[in-house]
Design a protein around this ligand. Sequence first.
Ligand SMILES: Nc1ncnc2c1ncn2[C@@H]1O[C@H](COP(=O)(O)OP(=O)(O)O)[C@@H](O)[C@H]1O
Ligand SMILES: [Mg+2]
Length: 259
Amino acid sequence: MTAPLIETIDIGKSYGGVVALRDVSTVVRAGEVTCVLGDNGAGKSTLIKILAGVHRHDRGDLRVEGERVRFDSPRAALDRGIATVYQDLAVVPLMSVWRNFVLGFEPTTGPFRLLDRKAGREIARKALTDMGIEIEDMEQPVGTLSGGQRQCVAIARAVHRGAKVLILDEPTAALGVKQAGVVLKYVVQARERGLGVVLITHNPHHAYPVGDRFLLLERGAVLGAYEKSEIDLSELTRQMAGGAELDALRHELARVIGS
Ligand SMILES: Nc1ncnc2c1ncn2[C@@H]1O[C@H](COP(=O)(O)OP(=O)(O)O)[C@@H](O)[C@H]1O
Ligand SMILES: [Mg+2]
């Protein structure tokens, strides 16, 4: 079997004295979706920031295609084909859909390498159409798209740029049921194109239908790690709820006992 796109082995990270992540081991394989689940403060964002080169781990190993790495910048992760779509997308709201799509990779024309608007529009239109994303007006500002559409454009852009790994931080959190469904459809498309996807969510109903493995985090530690064949939706939901209930219990005990 070929090496996974990404493997973390007992990875850990502290911020000052606060342990945000401890002993987290998981894999991301081509053509599969690894879901990372957990409540607020579980360590989900810390984990993906390590994968994305935003933060450095201080314990354990990070391997990319079998090679031990320590990214010193988001650029270094991107160069290894790891693309991240953050919840509050780094888009320029007044910029047109196509300009945003080709941002940083603008096609140019002529001896002065001027922006080739026609080619840029065409690249964006074709890439979006290829993934079945319909946006009538390529000149419309990105800010006028719905949250779901923006996520879809960002996913298509990563796929178009040849990402091997696509990391999505709570892409469905702010969306209604219908829009969440559309975004999840493109998660499946990215997977079918052979990307390895890391999907962060706290909703097991969003994770289960598209996920191949599930990593449950709680307070920075692994609460459970399952391949899809090892767990069903109701058990996954129960485990998530169990974490929240235990939190409430701890909180209540602390209040009553006053510790
Ligand atoms: N930049 C930071 N500085 C200090 N503490 C942080 C920082 N980022 C996260 N933390 C802490 O690390 C823990 C995990 O946070 P985070 O990874 O954001 O969790 P999640 O994304 O699951 O909500 C929390 O206790 C949080 O307060
Ligand atoms: Mg987070």
